[in-house]
Write a protein that binds this ligand. Structure first.
Ligand SMILES: Cc1cc2nc3c(=O)[nH]c(=O)nc-3n(C[C@H](O)[C@H](O)[C@H](O)COP(=O)(O)O)c2cc1C
Length: 352
């Protein structure tokens, strides 16, 4: 059994700019906007072992402008007027594999009411433990300006002084918005540079990618980030898996030059991104590659497909400093407790 006390160098590796984020987080969006969870979690509450309490919150990604999924606005998971609750109990934009299980395709598409809506309501201000807040620019022509404006809003509402407990995660890879996030180093560096200028010296900044990101891109931005977040969803049909595997396993197939999936079959505008066990080996390979590179000097938060303590150990062994868990909360809800408490002295993170 992996025992953290045997490897003291692993202790508190996720201390960024003096803030300890602990060893395990929820995947971005897995617990909603500020840890409130999703309506179906109310039912899961009765499942022994279902417990997100020890996970550091990674809040759902916010954008500068609304993406409510209604009234012609973009976003594929329509939200109620509270800006938090999906209108559908089991949203059409999320497909869960029934058998052999564990995989999900989603095209939530960053549905949200715009960053200021949430900041004004004080949701994040109420959090008492360190957490990650995730932002993403949407307009390629104004990407840097959007990041600047969102960071200014964060500073206005949450501050940027010593003692602030949030880190900003810049989402650089969401295949579900109809927009391919740019991984051009020069653009990324400009966004990260502007974020640092606004956020000052006390707020950690992370860059969030899927595991397909190139090592060269990561090396180029190393000086501008405090940590990496590796393991966002893998776009349906991506060549990392063969077309036969996509078709056989997930009914993802190419028709008339376009990728179709169980999500497009339900009328969704895009085939979605994959999470689950098959993605774990891709993340594992990327973490190993990063860890071996002398040019990557910042901690790695890794996930996508974690289902067991063995999976967590595998990522730690490869070089991750922190791991994150998402869809296991839906496909294996009883396992959450064991995942977050496998350490002898579990991180006692709380959402609030
Ligand atoms: C309901 C839902 C909402 C999500 N929201 C976001 C989001 O706002 N931003 C983001 O980067 N990823 C989002 N994701 C992607 C998850 O973070 C992704 O599935 C995770 O990286 C994969 O890890 P897992 O296999 O443990 O789920 C969302 C996924 C789901 C299912």
């Amino acid at each position: 059994m992996f025992n953290i006390t045997d490897t003291p160098e692993e202790e508190k590796l996720m201390e960024l700019r003096g803030i300890d984020f602990g060893p395990i987080a929820c995947a971005v969006g897995a617990m909603g906007f500020y840890g409130e969870g999703y309506p179906f979690h109310k039912t899961f509450r009765y499942i022994p072992g279902f417990n997100w309490d020890g996970f550091t919150l990674a809040a759902k990604t916010l954008t500068l402008h609304r993406r409510s999924g209604k009234n012609e606005e973009p976003g594929n998971m329509p939200l109620m007027d509270d800006g938090l609750t999906p209108e559908e109990t089991f949203p059409k934009c999320i497909w869960v594999e029934r058998w052999p299980g564990g995989h999900m395709l989603n095209c939530v598409g960053l549905a949200n009411f715009g960053i200021e809506f949430y900041l004004q309501r004080g949701y994040y201000q109420r959090l008492k433990k360190p957490y990650f807040i995730s932002i993403m620019d949407m307009d390629p022509k104004n990407a840097v300006l959007e990041i600047r404006q969102m960071c200014q809003l964060l500073v206005r509402y949450l501050g940027n002084q010593e003692g602030s407990i949030y880190a900003v995660q810049i989402n650089c890879a969401c295949p579900n918005t109809g927009k391919e996030a740019s991984t051009k180093p020069i653009e990324l560096i400009e966004k990260l540079r502007v974020a640092r200028e606004i956020l000052g010296d006390h707020i950690p900044i992370l860059a969030n990618f899927n595991a397909l990101v190139s090592l060269n891109t990561l090396i180029a931005i190393d000086a501008f980030v405090d940590a990496y977040w590796i393991g966002n969803t893998i776009p349906a049909g991506n060549e990392i898996f063969s077309e036969q595997v996509w078709k056989r396993r997930f009914n993802v197939r190419r028709e008339n030059g376009e990728w179709k999936s169980p999500l497009t079959d339900r009328g969704m505008p895009m085939a979605g991104g994959l999470s689950g066990p098959m993605c774990l080996e891709v993340t594992h390979g990327k973490v190993l590659e990063m860890y071996k590179s002398l040019s990557i000097t910042k901690p790695i938060v890794a996930g996508n497909g974690i289902r067991s303590v063995d999976d967590i150990e595998e990522l730690y062994d490869a070089g991750a400093s922190m791991v994150f868990v998402g869809s296991a909360g839906v496909t294996k809800p009883w396992a959450l407790n064991s995942l977050q408490s496998y350490r002898e002295e579990p991180w006692n993170g709380r959402f609030c």
